[in-house]
Write a new protein. Structure first.
Length: 197
């Protein structure tokens, strides 16, 4: 979102995400295969970590908060999530961000929607990934675990309903076997009424 910080260098933007600035681009995805260390760390977090880790702040503040609650065997997950947070920070141009790492065991958001944020960055570590579709289409796409999804929200400069992308959490109640999703969501620091901490 270049207009958020006019002094930001263009070279700092990860090449895979540069298309998000185009007026006709509402979603960018990056294929990513997590290593065994991150996969095992995510499973350990699901077994021993908090159900929700939610913080607002700089990367340094987020790192300190995350390390304070880090269960044994989850270091690789923390390092990966913080690396993604740094990417989002460079992309959005914000000094602070909202960092949400959450275990989801239910149908958290079944309806397709657009968020009230400029940009939303998602990565599902365990379980099915985010589902999305174009507003003018009934075709539903499901994102594999580990992939990165960047979505324009309604607050993105110049956002319009034309070819907008809607998304939702995959309905877990439809699955035959219970699943725990571990979802990382990165946003602008004021997302969802987040209070300054």
């Amino acid at each position: 979102m270049r207009s958020a910080c006019p002094t930001r260098q263009r070279l700092a933007i990860p090449a895979a995400f540069q298309d998000i600035d185009r007026s006709d681009c509402f979603i960018v995805q990056e294929e990513r295969h997590m290593g065994q260390d991150v996969t095992q760390a995510a499973a350990s977090w699901n077994a021993h970590g908090p159900d929700l880790f939610l913080r607002r702040g700089t990367i340094k503040i987020l790192e300190a908060g995350l390390r304070a609650v880090l269960p044994a065997g989850t270091q690789a997950l923390a390092e990966d999530a913080l690396k993604l947070a740094r990417r989002y920070q460079r992309l959005s141009g914000t000094a602070e961000l909202r960092f949400r790492l959450e275990k989801i065991r239910h149908d958290s958001c079944r309806r397709f929607h657009v968020d009230q944020v400029p940009l939303r960055f998602l990565c599902t570590y365990t379980g099915p990934g985010v589902q999305w579709k174009y507003a003018d289409s009934e075709t539903i796409h499901e994102t594999p675990a580990g992939w990165i999804t960047l979505l324009k929200g309604r607050l993105y400069p110049g956002w319009s309903t034309k070819r907008a992308v809607l998304h939702r959490s995959p309905p877990l109640s439809d699955l035959l076997v219970p699943v725990t999703r571990l979802l990382l969501t990165l946003d602008h620091p004021d997302a969802c009424g987040m209070e300054r901490q």
